[in-house]
Design a protein around this ligand. Structure first.
Ligand SMILES: NC(=O)c1ccc[n+]([C@@H]2O[C@H](COP(=O)([O-])OP(=O)(O)OC[C@H]3O[C@@H](n4cnc5c(N)ncnc54)[C@H](OP(=O)(O)O)[C@@H]3O)[C@@H](O)[C@H]2O)c1
Length: 342
């Protein structure tokens, strides 16, 4: 494919984070394509998701953005505008998660984004551009976790799978995918008032995190067939010591803490496996296979199930990010750029 320069497009809107003397500050601005990090494919962004990581970037609570100014947004769905890659052509519907978007590359909180062809996935025809971001990084990560658990032998007969941070994006989608895959589950949450939402997604049991039995013995009573953990810290330590023999625990997040205090006892006396889930840099074949799974056997009517909390505009991102970093959100915020659904 011959290399050719991209044609000019009019200035467009983006939320950018700048470094100031008071720390990182986000604002909606008018930018040009020359302001963005470049890559082979220019995408007209339809929707982006607001993930926990994006909320950390926008509020400046953690150094997610590798340089400034930068457009956050670790995922996006949209339509190819121009392409220097033979793999994509104008008009293709695409989805992208991770691979540096909203970290070392400008991300999805802009009307246009340059995306490396390697990071871009053709959107399966079963999924709309809005559904793609109702799932977004959260859905991709939940599916990656379940896939790795299944590959490591997780079986519904082992017992219920505990899901922590259950009302969050990853937790909500994990509950529905577990039900789809034939597992029973327990939603462990700080929001017992969201029990109706969690049951509707597929949780068989809803447990208030404050009421967990924090038996600190290295091997406490085995209760969980496996677990999907979004919190880290004390909660992950609890899951490890209460997991049944040969259960798998997918370690995804650190919403509570990045620390982990455990003994090796559950690993060597119960055969418990701790699976690290990393959604940013994923082998391309696995990335494509997961999107096929989400569009096919693991498809769920996400919008009907309430996983899509709200579609917001760029100007509302900062306020929504505050809701996310304080753990108050239920489901996913999706940011509308050029999207026309809902
Ligand atoms: N490994 C990866 O590649 C990967 C990919 C995506 C996300 N993640 C991580 O996974 C976690 C969840 O992501 P998300 O997008 O689903 O986030 P989210 O939508 O903000 O959900 C996080 C949920 O965790 C719970 N929570 C939040 N703060 C808490 C705190 N201080 N203590 C205890 N519980 C708290 C809340 O659920 P309840 O009230 O129901 O408990 C909250 O809704 C984050 O840590 C994120 O960085 C990692």
């Amino acid at each position: 494919m011959p290399q050719h320069p991209f044609s000019p497009i009019k200035p467009f809107k983006a939320l950018r984070v700048h470094k100031t003397t008071e720390g990182p500050r986000a604002s909606v601005q008018c930018v040009t394509r020359g302001d963005l990090t470049s890559a082979e494919v220019l995408v007209r962004v339809a929707y982006s998701g607001l993930n926990y990581k994006d909320a950390l970037a926008v509020t400046g609570r953690a150094p997610i953005l590798r340089s400034h100014p930068r457009v956050p947004g670790i995922d996006l769905s949209g339509v190819v505008e121009e392409s220097r890659s033979a793999a994509f052509k104008p008009g293709d519907r695409v989805v992208a998660t991770g691979e540096g978007l909203g970290e070392w590359l400008d991300g999805g909180f802009a009307e246009y984004a340059f995306v490396p062809a390697e990071a871009l996935v053709p959107l399966p025809p079963e999924l709309s551009l809005l559904e793609a971001m109702a799932l977004g990084t959260a859905g991709f990560t939940a599916a990656l976790a379940l896939r790795r658990m299944l590959e490591n032998g997780q079986n519904p007969h082992q017992g219920p799978v505990a899901v922590t941070g259950a009302t969050g994006g990853v937790g909500s989608i994990a509950l529905a995918l577990l039900r789809r895959a034939g597992f029973t589950s327990a939603a462990i949450t700080g929001k017992s008032q969201a029990a109706g939402y969690l049951h509707a997604l597929g949780a068989d049991e809803v447990i208030d995190r404050a009421h967990l039995e924090w038996d600190a013995k290295p091997l406490a009573t085995a209760k969980w067939g496996g677990a999907v953990d979004n919190l880290g810290g004390e909660t992950l330590a609890y899951l490890i010591r209460t997991c049944k023999p040969w259960g798998n625990i997918a370690s995804i997040g650190l919403a509570q803490s990045p620390a982990l205090a455990t003994t090796v006892m559950p690993f060597i006396l119960r055969g418990v496996s701790l699976l690290g889930i990393h959604s940013v840099q994923v082998p391309r074949a696995l990335r494509l296979a997961i999107w096929q799974q989400l569009a096919g056997p693991w498809r769920v009517p996400w919008i009907e199930r309430g996983v899509l909390r709200e579609v917001i505009e760029l100007e509302a991102i900062e306020a929504a990010a505050q809701v996310l970093v304080t753990g108050q959100a239920t489901g996913r915020y999706v940011v509308r750029l050029a999207g026309t659904e809902a």
